[in-house]
Every structure is written in C-alpha cells, then in structure tokens.
Design a protein around this ligand. Structure first.
Ligand SMILES: Cc1ncc(COP(=O)(O)O)c(C=O)c1O
Length: 373
C-alpha cells in the first residue's frame, strides 16, 4: 500500500531499546551531549526573537552564517566560497540532500559498517544500494582505503567517510583520508564526509577530505554535537557550487530554509567564545578514561579517539540485541551493535554522554550481567 521507498526501511534500532526501558534506567544510549547549550548562544537566540527574526530566511541561509561556516572550515585548510555552502535542518538534512542530488536508482553507496544508522536508509530512500565496507577492531575501527578499493564497482557513486565515527569513536588518519580522495578521483565517485564530531577529539587531528581540493567531496557538519545544540536542528553542507545548486532544489521544496532563530544561534556559536567546547571535551576525555577502566576488566575494547562512544565486544553467546535487552531490564540502556550494520553484531555501543556517577553505577550492572555468563 505504501511506497516502496519507505516500506523497505525501518525505524532505528536505537529507539526500539528505549521503549523497553524502566523509568529509573541509566541511559548510556544517548547520541547527544548531556550538556546544555552555552548561555551566550541562548542569549543570541533570544535577541534574534526580540528583533523579529521570525520569518523565512534566504534558502541557503543567512549570508553572515555562511561566511562564519566558511571561516570555521579555514582551520582545516578548506577554502569554500559562499556559493559552496548550504545551511540545513541538522546534518541529517544535509546528508539527505547530498544523497538526493547524487544517487540514481541502482547506484552503489559504500558505507562504513558498523556505521551511523542513517546512511543505509538514506541510500535506499534515494534509490541507491548500500555496500558495506567493514571497519575492523584490529584496525582501531578505522576504515581502510584497501577495504574501500575492494568494494568499488562500475556502479559506485558515493563513499561515506565519518570521522570521528559513530558508533566506534574511530578517527581517520591523514594518509587514509588522502587514500579515499585518490580513490574517488581515480574511480569517479563522490565522498560524503560526515564531520559532525569534528571537535570531539581526544587523540590525533581532524582531517577533512575537502582539504585536498577535490571537486568530489561534500562535507556534512552541524552545530548539534559541538555546541550541545541537537534540538536546534542546524547543520550545513559544503560542496562544489554546481552540486549545492542541485541540493538547493530539494531543500527549497522540502524545507524552504533552516530555522531562522537557530541560524542566529549557530552564528553566535561559531564566532563566539569556544571555552564551553573545550571544557565539554575535557570532561568527555575524563569519562572516556573512567569507561575504559571499567571495560578493561570485562571486555575487549578499542579506545575511542573521538566522539563519545565506545564499542566493546563482550564474551557472551547472546546476540547483541539480547544482551542489550537484558541490560535494559537490569536498568542500563546501551545500543546493540547490530543497529549499526551487520558487522556491528557482537558489540554494544556505550555512550559516555552521561555523568561519571551514572557511568560508575551503570557498570555495576554491566559487570554483573556480563560475569553471570
Ligand atoms: C555520525 C552522525 N552524523 C549525523 C548525525 C546527525 O546529527 P544532526 O542532524 O543533529 O546534525 C548524527 C547524530 O547522531 C551522527 O551521529
């Protein structure tokens, strides 16, 4: 009865677990910072409201915000003109626009597996075919150029790169990113680089594929994670100008523009003081140590270098979904690795976007559950 486009995809496995949960459960399943939006950003939004910024904005976004985004990306050696940037309703919409403007029916999209839950459904909605490129624990979950090379066919249209990565916290190295860009140039496909965790980095440096001056790279980012602004729904894409034109056509008809007040708030976030980001990252880094200390007692686990997730494998015969359900019944929410692709099976995603106290309490339950088998 419904269109194939939607009937062939399902709701995210993450939500499924949340519905099973006791009200007093400790939530280590969150995909957003457990911090409030910094005060100066909220103030800018209030000011914008009072000044009457309550109507549609230019379709691409306020020019001052576009300039601020271009300036922000200069730090990564990316020199984008105004005509190369489109503001969207979160990074999610930017991903959707990129797929809609790039993927024809039957085109293949290579995606990291395990990887962010939206990549495969968005590929399918655009009529494309998802192709899993396995990321392995022995490589620190970093996607390898030779794994990507093995996935390339005549139909390859897009490669998704996500660094720092959800759900593994892996951070790609310079040489790997360079390798992806070379493959894209040699085999005529595009890289959609999801950089929403660019600032949540504990090791190494953020390398954007767009810094290699290629016409084949689309950057997706947002203020959601860096500035604890997930509910504001403000993201953007940086792409070759001709592709921005194509993305704009879809954006104009489904969204018109990104939310006006959120654009004003995002502008304040990008150009204002960055100490809230630094203190949030410092806190996440401490929690990462706390989580790793607990995990080292009970599991094999790669130390995440970015984002706020760890992706351990426990020695158990349970599927990751069954283990997650048992933990949920015991009062701890984590996300089954299988929600992130078939190669995520056997793992769970634990988010450290929770207080240290909650993390310590949750691990009492996790240790009990895991050592009981
Ligand atoms: C890897 C990744 N990309 C994109 C998003 C979408 O974020 P937003 O739409 O809030 O910018 C998320 C959110 O969890 C994510 O983890």
């Amino acid at each position: 009865m419904w269109a194939e486009r939607t009937s062939q995809i399902s709701l995210s496995g993450i939500r499924e677990i949340f519905t099973l949960t006791r009200p007093d459960a400790i939530n280590l399943g969150l995909g957003q910072p457990d911090f409030d939006t910094p005060v100066h950003i909220k103030e800018a939004a209030k000011k914008a409201l009072d000044a009457g910024y309550t109507s549609y904005t230019p379709n691409l976004g306020f020019p001052e915000l576009i300039d601020a985004i271009a300036h922000y990306y200069e730090q990564y050696g990316v020199h984008a003109g105004q005509e190369q940037i489109i503001c969207t309703s979160g990074g999610s919409e930017a991903l959707h626009l990129a797929f809609e403007a790039l993927v024809n029916p039957g085109d293949e999209v290579i995606l990291p597996d395990p990887g962010f839950v939206a990549y495969s459904p968005l590929t399918r909605v655009a009529g494309g075919v998802p192709v899993s490129a396995r990321v392995k624990a022995e490589d620190g979950f970093k996607l390898q150029p030779n794994t990507v090379a093995e996935c390339i066919t005549e139909k390859t249209k897009v490669l998704i790169v996500n660094s720092p990565a959800n759900p593994t916290g892996a951070v790609q190295r310079y040489d790997e990113i360079k390798g992806f860009v070379e493959l894209a140039e040699d085999h005529d496909f595009y890289i959609v680089s999801d950089e929403v965790y660019d600032k949540l980095l504990y090791e190494g440096e953020h390398v954007s594929p767009a810094s290699f001056d290629s016409e084949r790279v689309i950057v997706v980012n947002s203020v959601s994670k860096t500035y604890a602004m997930t509910g504001w729904r403000l993201g953007y894409a940086i792409a070759p100008a001709a592709l921005v034109e194509e993305m704009l056509k879809v954006h104009q008809y489904i969204q018109a523009c990104a939310p006006s007040i959120s654009q004003k708030a995002a502008y304040a976030a990008l150009i204002g003081p960055q100490d809230s980001v630094r203190s949030m990252v410092k806190e996440f880094k401490t929690r990462r140590s706390v989580v790793m200390e607990h995990l080292n007692e009970i599991a094999e686990c790669v130390t995440p270098e970015g984002a706020f997730y760890v992706f351990p494998r426990f020695a158990t015969s349970d599927t990751s979904l069954d283990l997650t359900k048992k933990l949920a019944q015991g009062g701890v929410i984590v996300v089954p690795g299988s929600a992130f692709g078939r190669f995520g099976e056997g793992h769970v995603r634990i988010s450290f976007a929770a207080s240290r106290q909650d993390i310590d309490r949750a691990f009492l339950t996790i240790k009990e559950e895991v050592s009981a088998r």
